[in-house]
Write a protein that binds this ligand. Sequence first.
Ligand code: FES
Length: 198
Amino acid sequence: MEHNETAEASGAEMRRRGFLARLSSVAMVTGLVAGYGAFAAIIARYLYPARPQAKGWLYVTDVAGLKPGDSVVFRTPQGATAAIARQGAGVEASDFIALSSTCPHLGCQVHWEQQNDRFFCPCHNGTFDPSGKATGGPPFEAGQSLPRYPLKVEGGLLYIEVPLEQLAGGGACTLEKPGGPPGPGHDPCLYARGRARV
Ligand code: FES
């Protein structure tokens, strides 16, 4: 009787050890696969580095056409919109600023308010300082900013640098004044054209 109990205990111990051995093998194989996967990803990044996005300069307006304190809305070929404001009286690119006019909160259109020295989003009273940093409303609470586009002035003409992929977006356009209904998906360029036809 005692002999049988000893044999059973010994069998259970062997099964437990076998189970633990299999478990540790599985863990080892899983670790190796994960390690090789990460290594392969590093090699792939080295062999096939991400190509920098192609960018190009697009004409916006002649410098004289935008008075200090004025702003225009520019639509990139991809359909993104930028608010371009003249914040200085000079004729250098540093006298202008181009920021995405799409509010990072819920996508309404922001516009430049010269009298308040800020960009304003009418949907939920979001405010941004002249550099695009949020100063009030939901974008401020979320620590969001308006992305900035580079500008340059050549021969009295103002140009904006934008990504050139997805050129099928419908072409660029510039509006003299921001306008149209504020709201997600609003395209101020198309809106202005539609009103012009009425
Ligand atoms: S969408 Fe601009 S503050 Fe909400």
